[in-house]
Design a protein around this ligand. Structure first.
Ligand SMILES: [Zn+2]
Length: 370
């Protein structure tokens, strides 16, 4: 069975909650309808004309991109301009677009995490925390024969995640009682009489931010007219989430040696380096994409070097003057690592559905190094 676009959105938002996006950003479903069916997904960094053509050629009707399809406010959609023509083609070909940008950068298993992991950093921590995950315990009572359907609806909507484990729930069997009063339309039992029903008490944990998806999913999947449920705020706080990561190399190496390792790990055509080539590096900060804003934080946190992309001339000068070594491996190479990671994640989440997830093969580093 194909998946609805809304289910794939829920899977994406469990990984990269939209609340993590910075305020100037634009994330979420950019084009299409949550109710539409999806059979094939194409994952990329940017929705360009070649990527749109690739989606058509490979039969994908949902593109998941890192950079938003619509970023600046749209004032006109002109088909004689590149962006307008791209949108026209996407609509004509029935291709939807969902984008996860700064929320995916900051997510637990997002861009900067994967960049740190690819560079084989150990003890990876958030460099600049912006959010602390808060949790809620949901308890609900489900007639026996509906337990599986309701449980699966809850976990699909984002309940039951603990670290890298999904579908975390607990249930015990018991007996529920209720008396339907005048004007009710009970699923079980008769008006005016106390009914006794074999039910499960099902409990699970929900990130607070996911409640707005989980409760409607509960009400939709549960057979009762009035669903009994409890929401308890939990004192246990989740991990910090935020911008960039910091970790350590298993052993210190020279800046030159590490720069060559970065180039190889990321498959980058070139790296530009600020700092003395003999400078020893062990503590490494990373930020995928354009990370010059995080230089001072990296320095304060004792990083020996920052790996990022898109450094401008004056930013490179500023790094040198604050004594921070920087390896600029380019915007594309420091972010492209998220594409195969997203494909793997979506495939795992959609393995019981007839949905194929593909990595774009058409997008490339726009820079050529001569
Ligand atoms: Zn980017």
């Amino acid at each position: 069975m194909a998946a609805r676009c809304s289910e794939i959105i829920a899977i994406m938002e469990a990984l990269a909650p939209p609340e993590l996006a910075v305020e100037w950003d634009n994330v979420g479903l950019m084009l299409g309808s949550p109710a539409a069916e999806v059979r094939r997904v194409l994952v990329c960094l940017d929705v360009t004309a070649p990527v749109a053509a690739e989606a058509t050629a490979r039969g994908a009707n949902l593109i998941i991109s890192h950079h938003p399809l619509f970023f600046r406010p749209l004032k006109a959609l002109r088909f004689d301009e590149a962006r307008g023509d791209l949108v026209r083609r996407l609509i004509q070909e029935n291709i939807m677009v969902y984008s996860a940008h700064t929320n995916l950068d900051s997510a637990d298993l997002g861009v900067s995490y994967h960049l740190a992991a690819r560079l084989e950093l150990e003890d990876i921590q958030v460099l600049r925390p912006t959010h602390q995950e808060k949790y809620i315990k949901l308890v609900t009572f489900i007639p026996e024969e509906h337990e599986k359907v309701v449980r699966e609806a809850l976990t699909r909507a984002g309940a039951g995640w603990i670290g890298n484990y999904s579908d975390c729930t607990f249930r015990v069997a018991g007996t529920g009682t209720f008396r339907p009063l005048a004007g009710t339309r009970p699923y079980i039992g008769q008006e005016g009489q106390v009914a006794e029903v074999k039910e499960y008490r099902l409990e699970t944990i929900i990130p607070k931010a996911r409640l707005k998806e989980v409760l409607p999913a509960l009400f939709k999947a549960h057979p009762y007219e009035e669903v009994a449920y409890d929401l308890d705020p939990l004192a246990n706080e989740g991990p910090a989430q935020g911008i960039g990561r910091i970790g350590v190399l298993s052993q210190a190496v020279s800046l030159e040696e590490f720069a060559l390792q970065v180039k190889e790990h990321l498959g980058a055509a070139r790296v530009n380096v600020v700092g003395d080539r003999e400078h020893k590096v062990k503590k490494v900060a990373v930020c995928g994409g354009a990370g010059s804003d995080i230089m001072a934080t990296a320095r304060t946190n004792g990083a020996d070097v920052l790996v990022t992309g898109d450094l401008k001339f004056h930013e490179a000068q500023a790094a040198a003057s604050m004594g921070l070594a920087v390896i600029d491996a380019g915007h594309f190479a420091t972010e492209r690592i998220i594409v195969p990671a997203l494909v793997t994640y979506l495939q795992e989440q959609l393995q019981e559905r007839e949905v194929m997830v593909l990595a774009s093969q058409k997008e490339q580093e726009p820079w050529h190094v001569f």
